[in-house]
Design a binder for this molecule. Structure first.
Ligand code: P1T
Length: 401
């Protein structure tokens, strides 16, 4: 995808001219959107307000902050920033991606039904299946990339759909505009987990989603040094509901982590370009190896989601999976790479490699994993920003006899 095409894509939507600044393009937004120099001191970085409470002039009369669970200026700067990047009206920061999802699912009540994408992070599956169903929520897992199968999963009591814009770990792509249409027709909320693509490549709210959720632990943080979750909503009514739950449930992000996240997000544009280019080069190389039985990267010609992402996103992301042919070869590769760390997680500047069936998706029952195609020979790669040649050499050496 050329940089010209990128500029024209949906992620090129302009930011509100926050802080009296002009509406700007994505790369500029990543640096400036939602916050400017500190009005009191001119500090170009948002100060870390280590204060759990804020003095009031008279009871109920204050400068906008009372108690830091309800609101803290550092966290709020991050929340404004992600809201601007996703093109939503309000953002919220949580202690982890799963804390964010827990809060979103708490919009629902016993007896409600939720449709969850069939290929989601194992922890998301576990949260719905082991925690929320115990509280009376009903769940159906559906392939949102198959619009008829997805539409058939609705029930009269369906209130929410949760799906990943690019799925973990099978890299499935859904037509978000069509998914949003079907969801809206049933009067349910569409929640899109945009962790893999990030707002630099896709802005689900512009395609019809109601809410976006992130494991900000990944690309948004970008340096594998913070665990965090973010939510953005499309309207003020949802904003008030989520703020109520964020305050009532209390799974907020601390201020030092809020600062770290803001710092990481400023380089999101540069990092995503590098991640995507490295993922494309690695995927292309893997596709030429006789021992690789399939490569899942949406930027490869022939990937079923390529055409949809070319319309609905401005890049294909930095994640890919491949089948190493046998579980033994998969294990050999992930154990022998020197540059790729064998680790869960993704989205940091350093490359990671894993076997989802035995690591990130181990909480999914084996029969279900087998049905989906998450086999013991499936290897997942989070392409870092190192030199692609070094990464390919590392893989080739690790795969050698
Ligand atoms: O780890 P946490 O910040 O709580 O986020 C959970 C989560 C939510 N959504 C997606 C798409 C995710 O990938 C994750 C976490 N994923 C991993 C740790 C992983 O290695 O896939």
């Amino acid at each position: 995808m050329s940089s010209e095409e990128r500029r024209g894509g949906p992620a090129a939507g302009n930011a509100e001219g926050a802080h009296g600044r002009p509406a700007v393009r994505p790369r500029t937004m990543m640096v400036h959107a939602g916050h400017g120099p500190d009005p009191h001191t001119g500090a170009v970085n948002v100060p870390i307000y280590l204060s759990s409470t804020f003095a009031q002039e008279r009871p109920g009369v204050h400068k906008g902050y009372e108690y830091a669970r309800t609101g803290n200026p550092t966290r709020e700067a991050l929340e404004r920033h992600i809201a601007a990047l996703e093109g939503g009206v309000r953002g919220f920061a949580f202690a982890s991606g799963l804390a964010a999802e827990t809060t979103l699912l708490s919009l629902l009540k016993a007896g409600d039904h939720v449709i969850v994408g069939d290929d989601v992070y194992g922890g998301t599956y576990r949260l719905v299946e082991q925690v929320f169903t115990r509280l009376g929520l009903a769940a159906t897992y559906a392939d949102t990339s198959d619009i008829d199968a997805f539409a058939a999963a609705f029930r009269p009591e369906t209130r929410m759909v949760i799906m990943e814009s690019l799925t973990n770990p099978l890299m499935k792509v859904s037509d978000l505009e069509r998914v949003a249409e079907v969801t809206r027709a049933h009067g349910a909320w569409l929640v899109v987990d945009n962790t893999f693509l990030t707002p630099y490549f896709q802005r689900p709210l512009e395609l019809g989603a109601d809410m976006v959720v992130h494991s900000a632990t990944k690309y948004l943080g970008g340096h594998s040094d913070v665990v965090a979750g973010l939510v953005v909503v499309k309207d003020e009514e949802l904003g008030q509901r989520i703020h109520y739950l964020q305050n009532a449930m209390g799974a907020i992000l601390g201020v030092q982590d809020s600062y770290l996240l803001l710092r990481g997000m400023k380089t999101l544009a540069l990092r995503m370009e590098a991640h995507a280019e490295n993922a494309r080069r690695i995927a292309q190389w893997l596709a030429g190896q006789p021992w690789v039985t399939r490569v899942l990267y949406p930027g490869l010609p022939g990937h079923p989601g390529r055409e949809i992402l070319a319309r609905q996103a401005t890049g294909f992301g930095g994640m890919l999976s491949f089948d190493a042919g046998t579980p033994e070869r998969a294990e050999r590769i992930v154990s022998r790479t020197r540059l790729f760390a064998l680790a869960e997680s993704l989205g940091g500047v350093e490359s990671l490699i894993s076997i989802p069936a035995r690591m990130t998706h181990a909480s999914i029952p084996p029969e279900r994993r087998a049905r989906l195609g998450i086999t013991d020979s499936l290897v997942r790669i989070s392409a870092g920003i190192e030199d692609a040649e070094d990464l390919i050499e590392d893989l080739a050496r690790a795969a050698g006899e």
